[in-house]
Design a protein around this ligand. Structure first.
Ligand SMILES: O=P(O)(O)OC[C@H]1O[C@H](OP(=O)(O)OP(=O)(O)O)[C@H](O)[C@@H]1O
Length: 428
């Protein structure tokens, strides 16, 4: 029996909200989620949430920016309506792939070359510009400027003291007669100062400083907290360290038990199959499954770390491991354009794999991902319904969908009753 628990579903995945509420045995709360003609989101919570434990379900696929804003407004609406606690349930966490800036092998940000002949990273340097002043280092421009102003001021004070008249500044005001040496001292000081200031005016920071890649992951974490979220529930975060961006509890559920059970039930003689990670980033995730199931593991190594689709298409891929005459099972956290899994499947078939399965927690499948899968060497693609899959299922005969509603329902029930979440995955 769940008391004082309210579940609100956003527009991103009404079916999942229904499934979760079905397991919990409560109806979703009445909310009006609409838009003004201009496109602004409008949220009306149509029942009382005073002193209630509220769970708002909003996933990260589809119109991700609209859904995020809708979630923020709904959190804030519940908070200001005196909800006791508000938990944002994000089956696929939006922006979690942007928790760091893209970088190359040397650790420098990947930025466009600004001009012909400039190195691929745009001439990025780890040196700060202007250099930090310090013992034995040349003075920075800022410090020089300060010193020059001081010298100029002192020279002027000397002239004024000896002549008893104010010295004309370089602004066209009448100038009193002064001794040549003092005049030249003052003018010299002015020249030095104006040289320094023209250096500042013409100062161009190095290209690495002009480019700034937004760390949207940090901002999204802050926005959720500022809107009033007290707790986050999500699944298979792209980068589990992203939890550290929050100063509220984050429960990162695993999709692993669902994927493992699919393998056990549906892949014939699965112990002879090979678990494959399509890139180094997902190796930990895939080896965890291979180890727990006593299966072999292979890795596809991408020659360089790509950040754009075009980069990914150009990246060289090579297989580390043996898949000849065996079923290869690709494991990844998400498929967006599906470029990663379709290219990996092509390579695995070339290396002699008899069949290729892709088991992916979040089937975002944007743009022409479905067409790409249909035309690919993949035999089967298995995703969870952390993102809406009805339309994908209609278009893709190779697609199979695993239900996650009961996992989120159980997590909500446990959080509501103050029970452990980790025991949920203790024996997976
Ligand atoms: O379907 P796609 O459009 O090909 O995208 C899917 C890939 O993107 C993500 O990794 P990402 O390339 O962001 O980097 P990482 O795993 O190296 O962190 C994800 O882990 C997949 O491997």
């Amino acid at each position: 029996m769940v008391r004082n628990l309210v579940v609100i579903g956003g527009n991103s995945h009404p079916q999942l909200t229904q499934n979760i509420c079905g397991v919990l045995g409560i109806p979703p709360a009445e909310v009006l989620l609409s838009k003004f003609a201009v496109g602004e989101t409008r949220v009306e919570v149509q029942e009382s949430v005073r002193e209630k434990d509220v769970y708002i379900i909003q996933s990260g696929g589809g119109k991700v920016n609209d859904h995020l804003l809708e979630l923020l407004i709904t959190i804030s609406a519940c908070k200001t309506a005196s909800a006791r606690r508000v938990t944002a349930v994000l089956p696929l966490f939006p922006y979690s792939r942007q928790s760091d800036i893209p970088y190359d092998k040397a650790g420098a940000p990947l930025i466009k070359a600004g001009a012909p002949g400039r190195p691929a990273n745009g001439g990025y340097t780890f040196e700060s510009t202007p250099p930090t002043p310090g013992p034995g280092k040349p003075e920075g421009l800022g410090l020089m400027n300060g010193m020059d102003n001081l010298q100029k001021g002192l020279a002027r004070a000397q002239i004024e003291e000896s002549t008893g008249s104010p010295v004309k500044r370089r602004n066209g005001l009448p100038r009193n007669d002064t001794t040549d040496s003092l005049k030249s001292a003052a003018n010299g000081a002015d020249d030095a100062a104006s040289n320094a200031s023209s250096k500042i005016n013409s100062f161009q920071p190095r290209p690495g400083y002009k480019q700034w890649v937004a760390q949207a992951g940090t901002l999204v974490a802050d926005l959720l907290t500022c809107a009033g979220a007290d707790h986050i529930i999500t699944m298979d975060l792209h980068d589990p360290q992203y939890q550290g961006y929050f100063d509220i509890p984050v429960d990162n559920l695993y999709g692993r038990p669902l994927l493992k059970s699919y393998i056990q039930r549906n892949i014939p003689n699965y112990k002879q199959a090979v678990i494959v990670s399509p890139d180094a980033g997902g190796a930990k995730r895939a080896t965890a499954i291979a180890d727990q199931m006593g299966m072999e593991f292979a890795l596809i190594h991408k020659e360089r770390r790509p950040t754009k689709i075009t980069d990914r298409q150009n990246a060289t891929m090579m297989l580390v491991g043996d898949v000849r005459d065996r079923i290869a099972i690709l494991i990844d956290d998400l498929a967006d354009t599906s470029n990663t899994i379709t290219r990996a499947a092509k390579l695995l078939k070339k290396e002699g794999a008899s069949q290729v399965y892709a088991l992916v927690t979040h089937g975002i499948l944007s743009g022409d991902a479905i067409e790409r899968i249909n035309a690919s060497a993949l035999d089967k693609v298995v995703v969870t319904n952390s993102v809406e899959q009805q339309e994908h299922l209609r278009l893709c005969p190779k697609l199979e969908v695993l239900e996650v509603g009961h996992v989120f329902a159980e997590a909500i029930r446990r959080v509501h009753h103050g029970e452990s979440i980790s025991v949920l995955f203790q024996y997976d």
